[in-house]
Design a protein around this ligand. Structure first.
Ligand code: DON
Length: 608
């Protein structure tokens, strides 16, 4: 990708703008070809006109040169009217009248398929006239209004007929009239062809700009939705058909070399427009009236060839995205929840943590990406019991990938392996498919969590099983709490004497944010949640505390206030050790405070 010299462009210009400007400068002196004259009005075009535009899928449009000069759309109109015919009549009915094969002939060739009489594709004049004849409407004017409205959906602005070009084309369009009556003869057009011919001349004479072409292309690149207005111009199902014929037939008898050299769907017009579509990426419009012998803009073809080569845009180039759909794979030993656990639980999880893994996925989960995920999942150890699929960074799950995912879950359930999802609520297609799988009885239930930490905690609880249940129900004797480990008999007796027992009811607060931090707490039964107010003022769970852990230890090192609340999830018991009492006891027991701090530090580091 050659970038213009920095001095040539303002420092604030984006590298993309600089590149497009350099491309324009590179081909502005290319004067091969000639302006079309067979439609007399077209001969009035300024051969020097030259615009390049690129429209992104979020609606940004880069414009270089003559981006706003109006010209008639001509054959670039054909894919859009073909899409309208598909919408109006359905694929089968259209295919019955119009083929989808490249011809290798000129755009105005008077030829139909030998046996069926069909025009070979909708982008040569014969196919285009047939497509226009299929546009539904109560009257000729109604059909024309629908065609103009269609182009305004794609361009995102009001458009108009160039009356002079329309009259010029209508008055000289004898070859197209011959094609129209030939179509009538073979029953492709089943009524008087004149109205269809008139509509065709009008659709070709709609005034557009280079910018419009880029936005129309971007609408197709976005699956049929205009990236600026967000209005749908074509159903997603029919976009594939339109882009397919643009890929194989859009450049007529240059189509093969176009696919070889450029490699993305495009359509040219004899006014000098070329519209190119990069599906899922962006749309390009190029305008320059000088045409080559095949009726394609010389500068337009040169610019698109350079874009393809220098920006690596050939659609048959392997998409790298599929190789990086698995962002990370971590087992519970490497990535546990925020839950503070006792030493015993930590030891147990260190032993079995490999039985639960998290797959962080990203990007578009297409069939290709999903195939890679499935292969990795199926290669996991047999003793793997829990899999968390984190979809927070997934853009979209394609239908084939959703189907594969459902099959994986059903098969895993039969092996005793459970799956859980994070971020499923944003993947409607996958959520629907999984819901249907549960409704059919193939899956007993669907575990899904709003946050990864909650999913990790679920895996830990499942792995700990009875041990955790016991910790919730049984009360740990205070003397056995890990925070008191290593105290001598006198120190332990002293701490047990100054400890204050707190029995908590479900949802009872034991610590409030902002309260003075003057006690440290040892949890001996049940489970507590650490909560803090988010930017929206809502309480968010930061962590969960299990029996055997401690909290509020900051009270021993600073005379501050609480930075969070702590609330009982269910019935719980903890012991409070007031700082003042510990400091008094330490006067005669100098080792006491350091022993407590060492144990608190060991617990917070999770060091077993
Ligand atoms: O029908 C014609 O001849 C013109 N209205 C359109 C031909 C055209 O744009 C060919 N494309 N390069």
């Amino acid at each position: 990708m050659r970038v213009a010299s920095a001095a040539a462009a303002a420092p604030s210009a984006s590298p993309v703008e600089r590149y497009l400007s350099a491309l324009h400068a590179r081909f502005a002196s290319l004067d091969d070809g000639a302006v079309a004259t067979y439609i007399p009005e077209l001969s009035k075009a300024d051969p020097s006109w030259f615009g390049i535009c690129l429209a992104t899928l979020d609606g940004h449009v880069y414009e270089v040169g003559d981006a706003r000069v109006p010209f008639t759309i001509q054959s670039v109109s054909k894919p859009f009217v073909y899409g309208l015919a598909l919408e109006d009549r359905g694929k089968a009915a259209v295919l019955e009248r119009i083929g989808v094969e490249p011809t290798g002939e000129a755009f105005n060739e008077i030829s139909l398929e030998r046996d069926s009489g069909r025009p070979r594709n909708p982008l040569i004049n014969a196919g285009a006239i047939a497509a226009t004849s299929l546009v539904a409407g109560r009257s000729l004017e109604d059909r024309w209004a629908r065609i103009l409205a269609l182009f305004e959906l794609y361009s995102g602005r009001q458009l108009a007929l160039d009356e002079a070009v329309y009259r010029s084309e209508r008055d000289t369009g004898h070859r197209n009239r011959a094609i129209g009556h030939m179509l009538r003869n073979f029953g492709i057009v089943r009524e008087d062809p004149e109205p269809a011919l008139d509509l065709y001349f009008r659709q070709c004479s709609i005034d557009v700009t280079c910018r419009d072409l880029a936005l129309m292309a971007a609408t197709l690149a976005a699956g049929g939705v205009n990236p600026v207005t967000r209005e749908r111009a074509l159903s997603a199902d029919n976009v594939d058909e339109v882009l397919s014929v643009m890929t194989t037939c859009g450049m007529y008898d240059y189509a093969g070399e176009w696919l070889y050299r450029v490699g993305f769907p495009a359509k040219s017009g004899v006014s000098g427009g070329i519209l190119a579509v990069l599906p899922g990426q962006f749309g390009v419009g190029v305008f320059s009236p000088r045409l080559d012998a095949r009726g394609n803009s010389v500068r337009g073809v040169a610019v698109c060839s350079a874009l393809s080569d220098e920006l690596e845009l050939h659609t048959l180039r392997a998409p790298r995205a599929a190789l990086s759909v698995v962002r990370a794979r971590l087992d519970l030993r490497a990535s546990g929840s925020e839950r503070a656990r006792s030493e015993g639980e930590r030891e147990a999880l260190a032993r079995v943590g490999h039985q639960a893994v998290v797959y962080q996925l990203q990007g578009d989960l297409t069939f290709t990406g999903m195939e890679r995920v499935v292969r990795q999942l199926l290669a996991e150890r047999d003793d793997l019991r829990f899999v968390v699929l984190d979809l927070e960074r997934v853009h979209e799950v394609a239908a084939p990938a959703a189907k594969i995912m459902c099959e994986i879950l059903v098969g895993a359930a039969q092996q005793g392996r459970a799956y859980a999802f994070v971020g499923l609520s944003r993947q409607a297609r996958l959520a629907r498919a999984l819901g249907e799988t549960v409704a059919e009885g193939a899956l007993s239930h669907l575990a899904q969590f709003a946050e990864l930490d909650a999913a990790l905690e679920w895996c830990e609880s499942e792995l700990l099983g009875k041990r955790e249940a016991a910790a919730d129900a049984d009360e740990l004797p205070l003397a056995e709490h890990e925070t008191l480990r290593g105290l001598d008999r006198d120190e332990l007796r002293c701490v047990l004497a100054l400890a204050q027992r707190r029995e908590l009811a479900p949802r009872q607060f034991v610590v409030r944010e902002g309260a003075p931090a003057d006690e440290v707490f040892l949890l001996v039964r049940g489970r507590l949640s650490v909560l803090a107010a988010g930017p929206d003022g809502q309480q968010r769970r930061l962590a969960t505390l299990s029996a055997g852990t401690c909290f509020g230890e900051s009270a021993l090192v600073e005379h501050g206030t609480r930075s969070a609340c702590v609330r009982a999830d269910g019935p719980a018991v903890c012991w409070a050790l007031p700082r003042s009492a510990l400091e008094a006891a330490s006067v005669e027991r100098p080792r006491l405070m350091s022993a407590l701090l060492a144990n608190l530090l060991r617990s917070s580091l999770g060091v077993v």
